[in-house]
Design a protein around this ligand. Structure first.
Ligand code: ADP
Length: 452
């Protein structure tokens, strides 16, 4: 099997060689033809000149003698053609012997000897004939031949040079194709081996290759993130289950050993732990149903402002008990009708609001705001609580994720936000979070407007 670089190089080179050969052949044939045409033209002019010469000679001498025009023999020898002069009755006056033409000039391949006879006309009367014979259709001198050969060899040379350049270029360009593909292949192999810690810096100005590298990088990032989540999930599940079990085990052992008396108070404490454990399992089950989308949503038109106000009123006493100021603002002159499942959306605001109260200390403020933008309704839940660290933000919507284990004094299961996200996704609503440590957190929900 060939690699892509080799295949592309061969493809480029083969098509270029084909193109160059064709061009060379075409240029060569054209130049040779034109050159031959040009030489024929010159030859015909020469023959015209010879007949003209004999005409003038006849006019001057009144008849042809055995010596008439013999001075042309020398030039004829030099230019490799034979002259024969005839009188008006086609009797030979004088003639050259074709075998006397120099062999050296023509090489061993003389070709076929052909002759052409031209009339010598004086006052529109044929006074004689001149026959011109030669061994090839075009008479080429040694300089003509070497000129032709020089042109041919320079065409071939330029063809060869172009070939070398084209091969160089095709190797360079095929590298541009093969390098990113090779990189993507290597990355995929590494990813399949579970090595997610990698990204490619290779850049390509070919759109498809650039997006191949980008998507492979994205894939590596996503797999890395999933792997991180999986690890955290295992640790978190272990922790969430282990803690109540430990409490139960230790207490029961202490009771069996008689260290703790079996009192109603202690039993009810243990029961609380069992209930908490049961709640965790229930929550996980609810989340599973959301994630599998097996929960049926009861979609109806509802007034979001009324729903939010209702949740705020319910939670107002809890906030007040913790000395937290809870206020809500509904921007006037707008319609907040949305399509959704009332109970599930209520759950979203309950989870956000109870988190806000949970993660704020007394004296803090929680603001809830609803307002309209051109294409959407926006709900903001803003607190001035403990905030979330930047590195934790990408994970807070994941199952069982709880920031910083030291905060586990604050009760929770790490499921509330996962349920929020699942409910909103089923509604096609979006949620974003902005938070700063010790400054507070803002959750913003974007709800597309129902078109009128
Ligand atoms: P939990 O049951 O622990 O509240 P959630 O899924 O609701 O679980 O939240 C996940 C984690 O996100 C919490 O443990 C907490 O660390 C962080 N978090 C959520 N809401 C807030 C908030 N308003 N302020 C600070 N941290 C928050």
């Amino acid at each position: 099997m060939q690699n892509i670089r080799k295949r592309l190089s061969i493809l480029f080179a083969a098509s270029s060689i084909g193109a160059i050969l064709l061009i060379t052949l075409f240029v060569n044939i054209t130049i040779n033809n034109k050159f031959d045409e040009y030489m024929k033209h010159i030859q015909n002019r020469r023959y015209e000149r010879i007949t003209d010469y004999f005409q003038e000679l006849y006019k001057l001498e009144g008849s042809f003698k055995a010596s008439s025009g013999r001075e042309l023999i020398h030039e004829a020898h030099m230019s490799n053609y034979c002259l024969t002069l005839y009188d008006e009755n086609k009797n030979i006056i004088w003639g050259m012997d074709p075998s006397s033409l120099s062999l050296d000039d023509m090489g061993s391949d003389r070709g076929v000897y052909t002759t052409k006879t031209y009339d010598i006309l004086v006052e529109e009367k044929t006074v004689g004939y001149v026959e011109i014979g030669q061994y090839s259709s075009v008479l080429l001198t040694e300089e003509d031949e070497s000129f032709k050969a020089a042109i041919n060899s320079s065409i071939i040379l330029s063809g060869l040079m172009t070939l070398v350049i084209v091969i160089g270029i095709s190797i360079y360009f095929s590298r541009q194709f093969s390098a990113p593909i090779k990189e993507a292949v290597n990355m995929s192999v590494n990813l399949s081996k579970g090595n997610f810690n990698q990204s490619s810096k290779i850049k390509s100005n070919i759109e498809e290759l650039e997006s191949l590298i980008n998507s492979t990088n994205l894939l590596a990032e996503k797999l890395k993130y999933q792997e991180e989540l999986r690890r955290r999930l295992v640790t978190d599940i272990f922790h969430e289950i282990r803690t109540p079990l430990n409490v139960l085990q230790n207490n029961l052992e202490a009771m069996i050993d008689g260290i703790y008396p079996i009192s109603e108070e202690r039993l009810s404490y243990l029961n609380d732990e069992v209930i908490r454990f049961g709640k965790l399992l229930n929550n996980l089950n609810t989340l599973k149903e959301f994630e599998e989308e097996s929960i049926k949503l009861d979609f109806q038109e509802l007034k979001l402002d009324e729903l939010v106000a209702e949740v705020c009123r319910d939670y107002y006493p809890l906030a007040r008990d913790k000395e937290i100021e809870l206020s809500w603002y509904i921007a006037p002159n707008s319609d907040y009708t949305v399509l959704g499942d009332k109970d599930k959306l209520k759950q979203v605001f309950i989870n956000l609001l109870s988190n806000g109260i949970k993660f704020s200390s007394s004296g803090s403020i929680i603001d809830i705001k609803i307002f309209s933008e051109e294409k959407e309704i926006v709900v903001e839940v803003k607190d001035k609580g403990i905030g979330i660290a930047k590195e934790d933000i990408p994970f807070i919507f994941e199952r069982l994720y709880r920031v910083d284990k030291s905060r586990q004094e604050i009760e929770g299961s790490g499921i509330g936000l996962s349920i929020v996200k699942s409910i909103l996704e089923l509604h096609f609503f979006k949620i974003e979070v902005n938070s700063e440590m010790d400054q507070g957190t803002i959750f913003t929900i974007h709800i597309p407007r129902i078109s009128p």
